[in-house]
Every structure is written in C-alpha cells, then in structure tokens.
Design a protein around this ligand. Sequence first.
Ligand code: 5GP
Ligand code: MN
Ligand code: MN
Length: 328
Amino acid sequence: PENASIARIGEVLRDHQSFVLISHVRPDGDAIGSQLALGFSLMAAGKSVRLINEDGLPDNLAFMSGSDKIELPPAEPLDVEVAIALDTAAKPRLGDNALHAASKAKIWLNIDHHKSNPSYGDLNFIDSSSPATGQILYQIITQLDLPLPAETRDAIYVAVSTDTGSFQYPSTTAKTYEMAADLIHRGLNVGTLNSQTYDNHPYRRVELMRALLNTLELSADGLVANWELRDQTRIDLALLPEDSEGLIDIIRAIRGVQLAVFFEELEGGKIRVSMRSKDKRLDVCRIALEFGGGGHALAAGIRMTGPLEEAKALVLAAIRRHIEAAGL
Ligand code: 5GP
Ligand code: MN
Ligand code: MN
C-alpha cells in the first residue's frame, strides 16, 4: 500500500481527540523517543494521549524528560479513537498486551522507517530512507506546524542519535544534521543530552562487555565477527534486557569485518539475533527475513527458537551463503 500524505495524517490527528501511541517490544531510543516526541506534541495540542509499551520504560532511557508517561499496557482495552504504531517493523512486535490495550481503536496509523514494514496500518507512513522514526516525526510535526515542546525536541534528538550510532551510520544525511541544528536553535543542550545517553552506563554493562569478549569469534576470512550472551551470564551479572543495547557496535568496528552478529539467549528459550552490516550488498534484512525477522539493510534482527548452538549454525550458514552471493 501507498503512504498516506502528511496532510492526510494531519487530518487524522486534528479530527480525533484520543490517542494511544505504541512502540516495539524491548524498546530502544528511537522507539521511546518517537513515542515521547509525537506524544508531547499532541498533548501540547490539547489531545488526550496514552503512551504504552509491552516492556515498559527501560532504565537506560529513564533520563528522557517526560519518560514517566510511558506505561505498561493496562489490562483493559483503552477507550481511544486512534492507535499509532511507531518504529515497529511488524504488528506482532508491538506485543500481545499492547495490542489488546489498543484493540478498541477505530483507526491504526503506522509510522516507521523499516523497509521490511508490510504497511499494516489503515494509514501508513513508511520512509526507509529516514535513519530513524524520530526524523520522520520531526518532518511531520514541523510540516504540520504541530507544537514542538522541549520534551519533543529532546526526544527527537535522542531517537535519531541512538539509531544512527551518534550520527555516524551512512543513513545519516544532510537533512539529519539540518534537523539537529534546528533542534539546537530551539534550545536543545547537546552536551547534557549526549552525556545522559552515552556516558551513563551501569557498571554491569561493562562487566557484560568483558563476558562477551570472552566469546568473541572471527571467521577465517575476517569478514564475520560474532559473540554470544548466555542465560548464566545474565543471571550472574543480574542483567536487564537493555544492558546489551548497542554493544554489537564494538565488534562491527573491527577492521575488515563486514558483518557482526550477536546471539542472545532470552528468557523462555528463544534466541535473539542482532546483525549489522557495513556493506549494502550484504543486506542483513534479507538474511533476517529468511528466519522471520526483519529490519534494515545494515541493521536487522531475528527472534528464533533455540537452542543457541542450532540458531547460531543456521544463521552463520545463511550469512555465508549471502557473502558468497554478494561476491565479497
Ligand atoms: P537490533 O539488532 O538493534 O535489535 O535491531 C536492529 C533492527 O532490526 C531494528 O531496527 C529492529 O527494529 C529490527 N529487528 C530486530 N529484531 C527484529 C525481529 O525480531 N523482527 C523484526 N521484524 N525486526 C527486528
Ligand atoms: Mn527501534
Ligand atoms: Mn528505528
């Protein structure tokens, strides 16, 4: 399906009074940032807004102003007219409880930047050229002349900064920097926000790095690096789900490595696979789709059944096939 125009999205926002905004399970900075960005803009416009997430607010994003508005899904469906899915590549990634909480909504809006997004909303705005959902929301909010309060301003910045590896990935464009400049003109404090986002890790996260480094493997040709997180480590270090967020960038940064993979045992026996590519010819979204996952060309993920050894063998074999097909 085609994207709705921004004007049409504006009509839906204007013509309704009550909204629930939802982002994906295990939310990252772009997920929570997008909820806060649009949520506070709509609230400033006088709308009634609920912000829910299947897994609630992760500790590492609790510094974001207004983040106490993020709630776990209530047991009873909310009386809302419009549900808005943000930064969520596939509807089930919103989570069962969140979907139940939003089940009374008459209209579903789907705003995202994952190219694998199947446009599951009644109205969709999918822009896979955007490095973050936060940047799409900046475009929508400014184009529609919606309010841009401080919470929205800071949330957009954190959303885009975290999804671009601090404005480093190739998805970062002039538009991204122009947006950042505009947010700074509007009073955003770059030093404070970056320090809260990046220099604020719990000690156990660094202990986790040590544990991960002990499992690091590099393929014979040096193209693939992978490491893994086992249940026992999670227990020993009392880890929270968000503690591993972004750590894959450490092995992605190895010279010569074109593809980094992170295997993680989740509670309940599922395996989470994170992949990062440095080369568009090696499209990790396509690899993820083979296993029912999704994402972007250079960053994608899968949730699959265990045990870890089996998942690892299957994914590494698929990666090998794609490397050969890409002629790397
Ligand atoms: P991460 O590796 O940081 O968890 O995710 C990388 C990208 O892939 C993110 O944009 C994320 O939304 C997407 N992604 C991660 N895991 C899954 C998954 O299980 N299914 C789908 N469809 N997308 C995923
Ligand atoms: Mn995300
Ligand atoms: Mn995103």
